[in-house]
Design a protein around this ligand. Structure first.
Ligand code: NAG
Ligand code: NAG
Ligand code: NAG
Ligand code: NAG
Ligand code: NAG
Ligand code: NAG
Length: 403
């Protein structure tokens, strides 16, 4: 089906539902609200290069390059139009470090080499637990390059889950951030965390950890708005993507996920009370042997609404290929599924719903009829008969979804 058609169809299907069933879809304007291409800075040339090697970094995979990175950061951060450069072909060992902003305008963090965390848990400074490379209070910064951020997590994976493990790359309290091309791997815990940010665009990023490494989420989004993740390949031991605690307007497009637990929305922990996750789109994803495919899970007082999934296919390991487990006190609402085909090898895939409301259109396999909650009196319309005609009548409602 033509994409524009599908989108306009969804739009009017929602209208039709609203009219017919008196449902509250008034606020379902996610596609318009997502910032498609705002202030992304694209810089070429004219940069002041701040090479970590000029500050004493050795990059031999043995020496401690932490101090050199900190010095280079201080210079780079205070110099307008600078590029903090990690040159290619070397391995830099760097301890847990806070790269704080705000910085001068137009900073580029160019990572072409490999940055490696020390691998010995006993050497980790307990005062810097939970974070390894932590960039905070940045504005308009571009992170790019063909380099690798390697958390050296293997010894940590074997240690108790009570130990404070670190996330590899964190971007915190920042806005207008672009991340392109990097590889993030082998984190002690989560690989790439976007927290308390606004307007972040991530593309062509690769995340990898072994399928049996514990709690190694790929990309974790918390307390953030206007985030676009696209054309990225994620294979980990936990969620490929997890979206929690007060995040909204999150769009994911062309995502390859596996191994891992799939794409997860909502808190899996009990510590986020009164959080709302809303306006999330997963558009075109291929899942390979993920534990679940797509999953929503909430605890009390976590509100989830306006979640759209479309064109998602692949294989799952558990039979709950789609799982919408919402709390009875704050049900999930407006979950829309379109063109989904998820299957478990033995053909037993199913959809689990609890207090989740929404609908499917086009092919939805396994069937998600359990979203059509029986206690709310929805009136179903027959899309197959009506969609072409309705689409024609409502040609002016077309919304463009391309990024
Ligand atoms: C970097 O700058 C901060 C704040 O200005 C300062 O406290 C710190 O000592 C500097 N670090 C290095 C390695 O120069
Ligand atoms: C980095 O960590 C190592 C222990 O792994 C420690 O010996 C070293 O002093 C740390 N470097 C800095 C600059 O803090
Ligand atoms: C951790 O911080 C405490 C208090 O700020 C300090 O006394 C201690 O020396 C620090 N430990 C390390 C390993 O730096
Ligand atoms: C983990 O971190 C918390 C606070 O961040 C601290 O209170 C606790 O002692 C740490 N535990 C270990 C094992 O380092
Ligand atoms: C969740 O978000 C709220 C603000 O929206 C913040 O105060 C709280 O610390 C966050 N919780 C966690 C666990 O990040
Ligand atoms: C649907 O997803 C597949 C990958 O699973 C992709 O090849 C195809 O282009 C997508 N279709 C549309 C209309 O985006």
């Amino acid at each position: 089906m033509d994409k524009l058609f599908l989108v306009s169809f969804l739009g009017l299907l929602i209208t039709a539902y609203a009219v017919a069933g008196n449902m509250l879809y008034d606020n379902f304007n996610i596609l318009e609200e997502l910032v498609e291409d705002p202030f992304w800075i694209s810089e070429r040339g004219g940069k002041v290069l701040v090479n970590v090697d000029s500050f004493g970094a050795v990059g031999d995979g043995v020496s401690d390059d932490t101090e050199a990175f900190k010095k280079a950061w201080n210079t780079s951060c205070s110099t307008p139009k600078s590029a903090f450069l990690v040159p290619p072909g070397r391995r830099y060992i760097v301890n847990a470090t806070k790269f704080q902003g705000p910085c001068a305008d137009r900073l580029v963090v160019q990572i072409d080499g490999t940055i490696v965390a020390p691998d010995e848990p006993n050497d980790w400074d307990p005062n810097l637990s939970r974070l390894w490379l932590d960039f905070s209070k940045q504005k308009g910064v571009v992170f790019q390059g063909n380099g690798v951020i390697d958390g050296s997590g293997s010894k940590w994976w074997a240690t108790s889950c009570k130990k404070n493990k670190s996330n590899a790359l964190t971007i915190d309290s920042s806005s207008f951030i672009k991340v392109k091309g990097l590889t993030i791997q082998n984190s002690q815990q989560m690989n790439f965390v976007i927290s308390r940010c606004d307007s972040v665009r991530v593309f062509e990023v690769q995340v990898s950890c072994p399928g049996d490494s514990p709690n190694t989420d790929g990309i974790h989004i918390t307390g953030s708005t206007n985030v676009i993740l696209q054309d990225s390949k994620i294979g980990t031991g936990d969620d490929c993507i997890s979206i929690v605690n007060g995040s909204s307007a999150i769009k994911m497009k062309r995502i390859y996920c596996g191994p891992g637990h799939g794409v997860s929305i909502g808190s899996l922990r009990k510590d986020n009370s009164n959080a709302i996750v809303t306006k999330v789109v997963l558009d075109t994803a291929l899942l390979r042997e993920t534990k679940n495919g797509v999953r929503i899970k909430t605890w009390q007082a976590v509100q989830i609404s306006q979640i759209m999934y479309w064109n998602i296919s692949g294989t799952t390991k558990s039979k709950e290929a789609m799982k919408f487990a919402c709390s009875d006190t704050t049900p999930c609402s407006n979950i829309v599924l379109s063109n989904m085909y998820l299957e478990k090898k033995d053909g037993t895939a199913e959809t689990y719903c609890n207090s989740a409301q929404g609908f499917g259109t086009g092919i939805v396999h396994p069937s998600a009829d359990c979203l059509n909650s029986h206690d709310k009196g929805y009136i179903l319309i027959d899309h197959n008969e009506n969609n072409a005609e309705l689409a024609e009548r409502n040609g002016d409602r077309i919304i463009h979804t391309e990024l």
